[in-house]
Design a protein around this ligand. Structure first.
Ligand code: KG4
Ligand code: ZN
Length: 337
């Protein structure tokens, strides 16, 4: 990035093909893929930005949370570059990166509420001027993305489930299966998705879906990225309906609590980011709410994990001279607030 707002290049080395056959991310394979990818990815990013190492004034890397092996590869590479070129190192919280992905070139008014929905997080933060954060709600069990992935896996759609369910949901009736929304004791801004996941499991067990699930597994085995027509051919209407109903329930749950959070702090903006923020049903439902403050989503390319969002989050720290020591350790469970 050249000024915290404009992206000069954004290179993402997807590992989905590696992990898809195991139905989820395999930590050891992820570390190895990171090792293989880091040098070529940085080289390509510089090339696409028409820049060289000598043009860099600082290097940012994710310091946590995440799989520690993968974090270490990026952080160690960034430390080496920082040391070799004599430029500052800026360690960035992955979640803060997601928040910045949504507000790159926006003049956001504060306080804002940020809903971070990914494979590992379903968190609500209050965002205040100067980018200080306060956690105001979070999932007590599964993250929303995790629920998408588990339902996808259960029904033979492979990994990750989110994008496929998103594509198929418009072909189903979202009101066909009534899933009850989780009632929360204590903090009513907390989320829970494990009950919904279990409800989908029960729905599945009450029917014999062996043949269609097997057909989908065979489709995936034949080639890793089936088209929507191919998915539809092995997905009967009842299954489309349960997917649409599941997705509608997740979306309602997310937006209901996000809107309540915004109301509780008199927010002037709502930021929705993280992999699940790609979901087209979620984006449409958020628009349809006509809330009295603007909602910021990242562009689809910046919703799932990427490096540009980490650079964007690093800029305010660069301006403040908030640098990270070369002794800093990666932290798998780092929290934002
Ligand atoms: O932010 P992200 O790329 O990685 C994490 O930090 O977790 O998010 C990945 C998650 C996965 O659970 C994936 O199923 C979900 O985001 N996801 C989606 C969609 N695209 C990705 N969920 C619903 N609809 C989508 N279109
Ligand atoms: Zn993420």
């Amino acid at each position: 990035m050249d000024d915290g707002r404009s992206i000069l290049s954004s290179v993402v080395a997807s590992q989905l093909a590696t992990h898809a056959r195991y139905g989820g991310v395999v930590p050891e394979l992820a570390s190895r893929e990171h090792l293989r990818a880091i040098v070529p990815v940085v080289r390509l990013a510089l090339e696409e930005a028409k820049s060289g190492y000598s043009d860099l004034s600082a290097i940012a890397a994710t310091i946590g949370p995440g799989l520690v092996g993968s974090l270490l590869v990026g952080l160690t590479f960034a430390k080496s570059l920082s040391f070799a070129r004599g430029i500052p190192l800026i360690g960035v919280n992955h979640i803060e990166g997601h928040i910045h992905a949504a507000i790159l070139d926006a003049a956001v008014e504060f306080p804002a509420v940020a809903l971070i929905v990914s494979g590992g997080h379903t968190h609500l933060f209050e965002v205040n001027p100067g980018f200080s954060y306060r956690l105001i709600g979070k999932t007590r069990d599964d993250a929303a993305g995790e629920a998408f992935d588990k339902v996808g896996k259960l029904l033979g759609f492979g990994y990750p489930g989110g994008p496929v369910i998103d594509q198929l949901a418009p072909y189903g009736n979202p009101n066909a299966v009534k899933f009850t929304l989780a009632k929360m004791k204590g903090n009513t801004l907390d989320f829970s998705f494990s009950g919904l996941k279990t409800a989908v499991l029960r729905w599945t067990q009450a029917r014999d879906l062996t043949a269609e699930t097997q057909a989908r597994k065979e489709l995936l085995a034949a080639h890793p990225q089936p088209s929507i027509e191919e998915w539809l051919a092995v997905t009967p209407q009842t299954t489309r309906d349960v997917l649409a109903s599941f997705q509608r329930t997740v979306i309602e749950e997310l937006l209901r609590r996000a809107a309540a959070a915004a109301e509780s702090i008199a927010a002037r903006a709502l930021i929705i980011s993280g992999g699940v923020a790609c979901n087209s049903g979620l984006r449409a439902a958020a628009r349809d709410l006509h809330l009295p403050y603007p909602i910021y989503f990242p562009s689809p390319g910046l919703s799932t994990d990427n490096a540009a969002m980490i650079a964007a989050a690093a800029f305010p720290k660069l301006k403040r001279g908030e640098f990270t020591s070369l002794n800093a350790a990666a932290s798998a469970n780092l929290t934002l607030a």
